[in-house]
Ligand binder design. Sequence first.
Ligand code: SAM
Length: 184
Amino acid sequence: MTLEQIIWLSLFILTVVTLVSFFWVFAPYFPTRKGHLALIQKVAQLKAGDTFYELGCGDARVSIALAKAYPEAQIIGLEMAGPLFFWAWIKAKLSRQKNLTIKWKNIFWQNLSDADSVYIFGMTESLNKKLKEKFLAELKPEARIISYVFTMKEWPGKTETFKGKLSGKDQTKITIYTLPAPPN
Ligand SMILES: C[S@@+](CC[C@H](N)C(=O)[O-])C[C@H]1O[C@@H](n2cnc3c(N)ncnc32)[C@H](O)[C@@H]1O
């Protein structure tokens, strides 16, 4: 290999590593509005012993709010962006909620078959489509998906919609999708 080829190969590897790290560190982050947390706590309706996942938990504000509202449920927040995970982990420790775990993990590497409820604040149509396929493949019958703002098309089970109320203009939607019950 010539020196010129080595330089080009090094530049190529450096570019790939930079792009991958950038995505890993700065995945799109928009938090759930704090004024909507009380409504989310109300509509989540977790039962004692339930397992709840927040998929892409950001600073864990939703996970912390639910861990406080439902101390007898297990709350797990998953976040893949390193700095956000670290911040969420510190906030979770400071909250002293024993029923709360924050994991540094890609949501697509987590099997959701033990989930009773999941929370998503999705970002793009393609991400939501991939998530819908994952939910239908892994979630158990009658598990619930609490979706902030974003909606999923042609859901085969029950769909309920709640409106956020922060001001007269606030049209924020929270949609709960329920997996169909098992056939008798
Ligand atoms: C719109 S923000 C919502 C944050 C938080 N759930 C909330 O409502 O405040 C989406 C979050 O998902 C994270 N995220 C995106 N793709 C992910 C993936 N594949 N695995 C884990 N986290 C992911 C982003 O880093 C970001 O923090």
